[in-house]
Design a protein around this ligand. Sequence first.
Ligand SMILES: Cc1cc2nc3c(=O)[nH]c(=O)nc-3n(C[C@H](O)[C@H](O)[C@H](O)COP(=O)(O)O)c2cc1C
Length: 340
Amino acid sequence: MAHDVHRDRRMETRTSYLGFSLPHPFIAGASPFGHRLDTVKKLEDAGCAAIVLHSLFEEQITAAAAGHIHHRNILEAESAEVVAQFPDATEYPMSPDDYVEHVYRVKRAVSIPVVGSLNGASAEAWLKFARVIEEAGADALELNLYGLVTSFSASSAAVEGQIASLVRELKALLRIPVAVKLSPYFTAFASLARQLDAAGADGLVLFNRFYQPDIDIKTMELSPLVDLATSTELRLRLRWLAVLYGRVRPSLVVTGGVVTPDDGIKAILAGADAVQLVSGLLRHGPAHVQQMLAGLERWMAWHKFETLDDVRGRVSHAHHSDAEMAERAGYIRTLQSWGR
Ligand SMILES: Cc1cc2nc3c(=O)[nH]c(=O)nc-3n(C[C@H](O)[C@H](O)[C@H](O)COP(=O)(O)O)c2cc1C
Protein backbone atom coordinates (compact mmCIF):
# COMPACT_ATOMS: atom_id res chain seq x y z
CA MET A 1 0.00 0.00 0.00
CA ALA A 2 2.67 2.48 1.13
CA HIS A 3 4.60 1.29 -1.88
CA ASP A 4 1.90 2.46 -4.38
CA VAL A 5 1.59 5.82 -2.70
CA HIS A 6 5.23 6.77 -3.14
CA ARG A 7 5.33 5.27 -6.60
CA ASP A 8 2.89 8.01 -7.71
CA ARG A 9 4.36 10.78 -5.62
CA ARG A 10 8.12 10.29 -6.11
CA MET A 11 8.59 9.82 -9.81
CA GLU A 12 11.77 11.83 -9.74
CA THR A 13 13.62 9.09 -7.87
CA ARG A 14 12.90 6.52 -10.60
CA THR A 15 15.86 4.45 -11.73
CA SER A 16 16.58 1.46 -13.90
CA TYR A 17 18.30 -1.64 -12.63
CA LEU A 18 18.90 -4.77 -14.75
CA GLY A 19 16.33 -3.38 -17.16
CA PHE A 20 13.63 -3.01 -14.47
CA SER A 21 12.18 0.42 -14.00
CA LEU A 22 12.07 0.98 -10.23
CA PRO A 23 10.29 3.82 -8.40
CA HIS A 24 13.45 4.47 -6.40
CA PRO A 25 16.89 2.89 -6.03
CA PHE A 26 16.56 1.15 -2.64
CA ILE A 27 16.30 -2.62 -2.84
CA ALA A 28 16.66 -5.37 -0.26
CA GLY A 29 19.92 -7.30 -0.68
CA ALA A 30 20.31 -11.04 -0.05
CA SER A 31 19.63 -11.75 3.62
CA PRO A 32 17.55 -13.90 5.97
CA PHE A 33 14.57 -11.64 5.15
CA GLY A 34 14.33 -13.80 2.03
CA HIS A 35 13.79 -17.02 3.97
CA ARG A 36 10.07 -16.58 4.59
CA LEU A 37 7.12 -15.41 2.59
CA ASP A 38 5.88 -13.11 5.37
CA THR A 39 9.22 -11.33 5.76
CA VAL A 40 9.51 -10.88 1.98
CA LYS A 41 6.00 -9.36 2.04
CA LYS A 42 7.11 -7.03 4.83
CA LEU A 43 9.94 -5.76 2.62
CA GLU A 44 7.50 -5.03 -0.19
CA ASP A 45 4.98 -3.39 2.15
CA ALA A 46 7.75 -1.24 3.64
CA GLY A 47 8.51 0.03 0.13
CA CYS A 48 11.62 -1.85 -1.08
CA ALA A 49 11.77 -1.45 -4.86
CA ALA A 50 12.97 -5.03 -5.45
CA ILE A 51 14.23 -7.94 -3.40
CA VAL A 52 17.19 -10.28 -3.71
CA LEU A 53 16.46 -13.61 -2.04
CA HIS A 54 19.03 -15.35 0.15
CA SER A 55 21.48 -17.59 -1.70
CA LEU A 56 21.31 -21.17 -2.68
CA PHE A 57 24.85 -22.54 -2.47
CA GLU A 58 26.77 -24.58 -5.03
CA GLU A 59 27.62 -27.04 -2.24
CA GLN A 60 23.93 -27.59 -1.43
CA ILE A 61 23.13 -28.28 -5.06
CA THR A 62 25.99 -30.71 -5.71
CA ALA A 63 25.41 -32.54 -2.41
CA ALA A 64 21.70 -33.00 -3.13
CA ALA A 65 22.03 -33.84 -6.83
CA ALA A 66 25.27 -35.83 -7.02
CA GLY A 67 26.29 -36.60 -3.43
CA HIS A 68 29.49 -34.59 -3.59
CA ILE A 69 30.94 -31.33 -2.36
CA HIS A 70 33.82 -30.00 -4.45
CA HIS A 71 34.31 -33.45 -5.97
CA ARG A 72 34.46 -35.18 -2.61
CA ASN A 73 31.90 -37.90 -2.03
CA ILE A 74 29.97 -36.90 1.08
CA LEU A 75 29.63 -40.52 2.16
CA GLU A 76 33.27 -41.59 1.82
CA ALA A 77 35.44 -41.75 4.94
CA GLU A 78 38.41 -39.98 3.35
CA SER A 79 36.21 -36.97 2.53
CA ALA A 80 34.75 -36.78 6.02
CA GLU A 81 37.11 -34.09 7.34
CA VAL A 82 36.50 -31.70 4.43
CA VAL A 83 32.77 -32.42 4.20
CA ALA A 84 32.33 -31.90 7.96
CA GLN A 85 33.48 -28.26 7.57
CA PHE A 86 30.34 -27.48 5.57
CA PRO A 87 26.88 -27.24 7.11
CA ASP A 88 24.76 -30.36 7.02
CA ALA A 89 21.83 -30.27 4.54
CA THR A 90 19.42 -29.69 7.43
CA GLU A 91 21.28 -26.56 8.59
CA TYR A 92 20.41 -24.55 5.46
CA PRO A 93 17.13 -22.65 5.52
CA MET A 94 15.83 -24.75 2.61
CA SER A 95 16.84 -27.51 0.19
CA PRO A 96 17.40 -26.74 -3.52
CA ASP A 97 13.92 -28.07 -4.39
CA ASP A 98 12.35 -26.02 -1.62
CA TYR A 99 14.21 -22.94 -2.86
CA VAL A 100 12.62 -23.34 -6.27
CA GLU A 101 9.19 -23.74 -4.68
CA HIS A 102 9.92 -20.67 -2.55
CA VAL A 103 10.79 -18.56 -5.61
CA TYR A 104 7.51 -19.65 -7.19
CA ARG A 105 5.51 -18.68 -4.09
CA VAL A 106 7.34 -15.38 -3.55
CA LYS A 107 6.64 -14.39 -7.14
CA ARG A 108 2.95 -14.98 -6.56
CA ALA A 109 2.96 -13.06 -3.27
CA VAL A 110 4.66 -9.81 -4.32
CA SER A 111 4.64 -7.52 -7.33
CA ILE A 112 8.17 -6.07 -7.03
CA PRO A 113 10.99 -7.73 -9.04
CA VAL A 114 12.33 -10.85 -7.32
CA VAL A 115 16.00 -11.72 -7.83
CA GLY A 116 17.12 -15.29 -7.07
CA SER A 117 20.63 -15.79 -5.75
CA LEU A 118 23.16 -18.51 -6.49
CA ASN A 119 26.37 -18.61 -4.54
CA GLY A 120 29.31 -20.59 -5.84
CA ALA A 121 32.62 -20.47 -7.63
CA SER A 122 32.92 -23.17 -10.28
CA ALA A 123 31.57 -23.38 -13.83
CA GLU A 124 30.23 -26.89 -13.47
CA ALA A 125 26.97 -28.80 -13.76
CA TRP A 126 25.40 -27.15 -10.69
CA LEU A 127 25.07 -23.93 -12.70
CA LYS A 128 22.25 -25.55 -14.68
CA PHE A 129 20.14 -25.16 -11.57
CA ALA A 130 19.89 -21.50 -12.53
CA ARG A 131 17.47 -22.59 -15.26
CA VAL A 132 15.16 -24.13 -12.69
CA ILE A 133 15.17 -20.89 -10.69
CA GLU A 134 14.37 -18.98 -13.86
CA GLU A 135 11.53 -21.37 -14.68
CA ALA A 136 10.13 -20.89 -11.16
CA GLY A 137 9.63 -17.25 -12.08
CA ALA A 138 12.65 -15.31 -10.80
CA ASP A 139 12.88 -11.98 -12.61
CA ALA A 140 16.69 -11.97 -12.49
CA LEU A 141 19.56 -13.90 -10.96
CA GLU A 142 22.36 -12.65 -8.76
CA LEU A 143 25.46 -14.83 -8.92
CA ASN A 144 27.58 -14.43 -5.82
CA LEU A 145 31.11 -15.49 -6.70
CA TYR A 146 32.45 -15.83 -3.20
CA GLY A 147 35.79 -17.59 -3.27
CA LEU A 148 39.21 -16.98 -1.83
CA VAL A 149 41.94 -18.13 -4.19
CA THR A 150 44.65 -19.62 -2.00
CA SER A 151 46.39 -21.51 -4.79
CA PHE A 152 50.06 -20.57 -5.23
CA SER A 153 49.98 -21.43 -8.91
CA ALA A 154 46.77 -19.81 -10.23
CA SER A 155 47.62 -16.50 -11.89
CA SER A 156 45.27 -13.55 -11.56
CA ALA A 157 44.64 -13.60 -15.33
CA ALA A 158 43.62 -17.26 -15.13
CA VAL A 159 41.31 -16.62 -12.16
CA GLU A 160 39.66 -13.66 -13.93
CA GLY A 161 39.30 -15.70 -17.13
CA GLN A 162 37.50 -18.45 -15.19
CA ILE A 163 35.11 -15.93 -13.66
CA ALA A 164 34.32 -14.44 -17.06
CA SER A 165 33.71 -17.85 -18.63
CA LEU A 166 31.45 -18.84 -15.74
CA VAL A 167 29.36 -15.74 -16.39
CA ARG A 168 29.36 -16.42 -20.14
CA GLU A 169 28.09 -19.95 -19.48
CA LEU A 170 25.35 -18.72 -17.18
CA LYS A 171 24.25 -16.11 -19.70
CA ALA A 172 24.00 -18.82 -22.36
CA LEU A 173 21.67 -20.79 -20.08
CA LEU A 174 19.30 -17.99 -19.07
CA ARG A 175 16.98 -15.46 -20.58
CA ILE A 176 16.60 -13.38 -17.41
CA PRO A 177 19.24 -10.76 -16.51
CA VAL A 178 22.29 -11.82 -14.50
CA ALA A 179 24.03 -9.65 -11.90
CA VAL A 180 27.44 -10.69 -10.60
CA LYS A 181 28.34 -10.05 -6.96
CA LEU A 182 32.07 -9.77 -6.57
CA SER A 183 34.83 -9.17 -4.10
CA PRO A 184 36.98 -6.05 -4.52
CA TYR A 185 40.25 -7.94 -4.16
CA PHE A 186 41.54 -7.96 -7.72
CA THR A 187 44.72 -6.31 -8.94
CA ALA A 188 42.95 -4.70 -11.88
CA PHE A 189 39.26 -4.60 -11.04
CA ALA A 190 38.35 -2.29 -13.94
CA SER A 191 39.71 -4.81 -16.42
CA LEU A 192 37.72 -7.60 -14.76
CA ALA A 193 34.59 -5.44 -14.97
CA ARG A 194 35.22 -5.04 -18.72
CA GLN A 195 35.65 -8.79 -19.12
CA LEU A 196 32.34 -9.39 -17.32
CA ASP A 197 30.71 -6.76 -19.50
CA ALA A 198 31.97 -8.63 -22.58
CA ALA A 199 30.76 -11.93 -21.07
CA GLY A 200 27.23 -10.48 -20.98
CA ALA A 201 26.77 -9.60 -17.28
CA ASP A 202 23.76 -7.32 -16.89
CA GLY A 203 24.74 -5.99 -13.47
CA LEU A 204 27.75 -5.74 -11.16
CA VAL A 205 27.07 -5.93 -7.43
CA LEU A 206 29.84 -4.12 -5.56
CA PHE A 207 31.02 -5.70 -3.24
CA ASN A 208 30.82 -8.91 -1.27
CA ARG A 209 31.75 -8.41 2.36
CA PHE A 210 34.41 -10.87 3.38
CA TYR A 211 33.53 -12.52 6.62
CA GLN A 212 37.02 -12.53 8.04
CA PRO A 213 37.23 -14.84 11.03
CA ASP A 214 38.96 -13.60 14.14
CA ILE A 215 41.23 -15.72 16.35
CA ASP A 216 40.06 -16.54 19.86
CA ILE A 217 43.29 -16.46 21.92
CA LYS A 218 41.69 -18.42 24.77
CA THR A 219 40.71 -21.44 22.67
CA MET A 220 43.29 -20.72 19.92
CA GLU A 221 40.58 -21.39 17.38
CA LEU A 222 38.98 -19.32 14.66
CA SER A 223 35.87 -17.47 15.74
CA PRO A 224 33.67 -16.74 12.75
CA LEU A 225 31.58 -13.60 13.20
CA VAL A 226 28.70 -12.14 11.24
CA ASP A 227 28.88 -8.52 12.29
CA LEU A 228 26.59 -6.01 10.65
CA ALA A 229 28.16 -3.40 8.38
CA THR A 230 28.93 0.22 9.20
CA SER A 231 29.18 3.21 6.87
CA THR A 232 33.00 3.04 6.82
CA GLU A 233 32.75 0.03 4.50
CA LEU A 234 31.12 2.18 1.87
CA ARG A 235 34.29 4.07 0.90
CA LEU A 236 35.82 1.19 -1.06
CA ARG A 237 32.53 0.81 -2.93
CA LEU A 238 32.34 4.54 -3.67
CA ARG A 239 35.80 4.44 -5.21
CA TRP A 240 34.99 1.62 -7.62
CA LEU A 241 31.54 2.91 -8.51
CA ALA A 242 33.24 6.20 -9.39
CA VAL A 243 35.81 4.42 -11.58
CA LEU A 244 33.30 2.20 -13.41
CA TYR A 245 30.46 4.71 -13.83
CA GLY A 246 29.86 5.42 -17.52
CA ARG A 247 32.63 3.05 -18.59
CA VAL A 248 30.86 -0.32 -18.51
CA ARG A 249 27.46 -1.38 -19.80
CA PRO A 250 26.17 -3.45 -16.81
CA SER A 251 24.03 -1.73 -14.17
CA LEU A 252 25.99 -0.87 -11.05
CA VAL A 253 24.51 -1.73 -7.68
CA VAL A 254 26.18 -1.15 -4.36
CA THR A 255 26.08 -3.55 -1.43
CA GLY A 256 28.04 -3.04 1.78
CA GLY A 257 28.04 -0.11 4.13
CA VAL A 258 24.92 1.72 2.97
CA VAL A 259 23.39 2.30 6.37
CA THR A 260 22.27 5.94 6.60
CA PRO A 261 20.41 8.14 4.07
CA ASP A 262 23.67 10.03 3.45
CA ASP A 263 25.33 6.74 2.46
CA GLY A 264 22.62 6.13 -0.13
CA ILE A 265 23.08 9.60 -1.61
CA LYS A 266 26.87 9.14 -1.78
CA ALA A 267 26.48 5.80 -3.60
CA ILE A 268 24.29 7.42 -6.27
CA LEU A 269 26.63 10.40 -6.60
CA ALA A 270 29.46 7.92 -7.20
CA GLY A 271 27.45 6.19 -9.93
CA ALA A 272 25.14 3.50 -8.46
CA ASP A 273 21.98 2.66 -10.39
CA ALA A 274 20.54 0.90 -7.36
CA VAL A 275 21.40 0.53 -3.70
CA GLN A 276 21.12 -2.71 -1.75
CA LEU A 277 20.31 -2.62 1.94
CA VAL A 278 20.89 -5.47 4.40
CA SER A 279 22.51 -4.39 7.69
CA GLY A 280 20.32 -1.27 7.85
CA LEU A 281 17.16 -3.35 7.43
CA LEU A 282 18.33 -5.99 9.92
CA ARG A 283 19.18 -3.30 12.49
CA HIS A 284 16.22 -0.96 12.09
CA GLY A 285 13.58 -3.13 10.40
CA PRO A 286 12.16 -2.96 6.84
CA ALA A 287 10.66 0.51 7.41
CA HIS A 288 14.23 1.85 7.30
CA VAL A 289 13.86 1.94 3.51
CA GLN A 290 11.45 4.87 3.97
CA GLN A 291 14.10 6.81 5.92
CA MET A 292 16.55 6.19 3.09
CA LEU A 293 14.09 7.41 0.48
CA ALA A 294 12.92 10.42 2.51
CA GLY A 295 16.56 11.44 3.06
CA LEU A 296 17.29 11.20 -0.66
CA GLU A 297 14.19 13.20 -1.57
CA ARG A 298 14.94 15.92 0.97
CA TRP A 299 18.49 16.20 -0.31
CA MET A 300 17.37 16.29 -3.96
CA ALA A 301 14.82 19.00 -3.16
CA TRP A 302 17.47 21.02 -1.28
CA HIS A 303 19.79 20.86 -4.31
CA LYS A 304 16.90 21.32 -6.73
CA PHE A 305 17.57 18.06 -8.57
CA GLU A 306 14.54 16.91 -10.52
CA THR A 307 15.59 13.42 -11.48
CA LEU A 308 17.98 10.81 -10.19
CA ASP A 309 19.75 10.88 -13.56
CA ASP A 310 20.90 14.42 -12.67
CA VAL A 311 22.50 13.06 -9.50
CA ARG A 312 24.00 9.78 -10.63
CA GLY A 313 27.73 9.80 -11.26
CA ARG A 314 28.18 13.50 -10.42
CA VAL A 315 31.10 12.59 -8.17
CA SER A 316 32.68 9.96 -10.38
CA HIS A 317 35.74 9.66 -12.56
CA ALA A 318 33.57 10.16 -15.66
CA HIS A 319 34.76 13.77 -15.61
CA HIS A 320 38.45 12.91 -15.26
CA SER A 321 40.44 12.11 -18.37
CA ASP A 322 42.91 10.09 -16.31
CA ALA A 323 41.36 8.33 -13.32
CA GLU A 324 44.68 6.81 -12.20
CA MET A 325 46.26 10.23 -12.02
CA ALA A 326 43.26 11.61 -10.10
CA GLU A 327 43.48 8.75 -7.58
CA ARG A 328 47.23 9.24 -7.13
CA ALA A 329 46.81 13.01 -6.68
CA GLY A 330 44.01 12.45 -4.16
CA TYR A 331 46.22 10.06 -2.20
CA ILE A 332 49.13 12.50 -1.97
CA ARG A 333 46.84 15.40 -1.06
CA THR A 334 45.24 13.33 1.71
CA LEU A 335 48.63 12.53 3.26
CA GLN A 336 49.71 16.16 3.02
CA SER A 337 46.50 17.36 4.70
CA TRP A 338 47.46 15.71 8.03
CA GLY A 339 47.93 18.26 10.81
CA ARG A 340 46.85 21.29 8.77
C1 LIG B 1 22.85 -12.39 8.16
C2 LIG B 1 23.29 -12.17 6.73
C3 LIG B 1 23.00 -13.10 5.74
C4 LIG B 1 23.41 -12.90 4.42
N1 LIG B 1 23.10 -13.83 3.46
C5 LIG B 1 23.53 -13.63 2.19
C6 LIG B 1 23.22 -14.56 1.17
O1 LIG B 1 22.51 -15.54 1.37
N2 LIG B 1 23.72 -14.32 -0.07
C7 LIG B 1 24.48 -13.23 -0.37
O2 LIG B 1 24.89 -13.07 -1.52
N3 LIG B 1 24.77 -12.32 0.57
C8 LIG B 1 24.32 -12.51 1.83
N4 LIG B 1 24.62 -11.58 2.78
C9 LIG B 1 25.42 -10.39 2.41
C10 LIG B 1 24.49 -9.21 2.10
O3 LIG B 1 23.66 -9.46 0.97
C11 LIG B 1 25.28 -7.91 1.85
O4 LIG B 1 26.06 -8.03 0.67
C12 LIG B 1 26.20 -7.54 3.00
O5 LIG B 1 25.54 -7.69 4.26
C13 LIG B 1 26.67 -6.10 2.87
O6 LIG B 1 25.58 -5.21 2.83
P1 LIG B 1 25.12 -4.34 4.11
O7 LIG B 1 26.25 -3.46 4.45
O8 LIG B 1 23.90 -3.58 3.65
O9 LIG B 1 24.81 -5.30 5.21
C14 LIG B 1 24.18 -11.75 4.10
C15 LIG B 1 24.46 -10.80 5.09
C16 LIG B 1 24.02 -10.99 6.39
C17 LIG B 1 24.34 -9.95 7.43
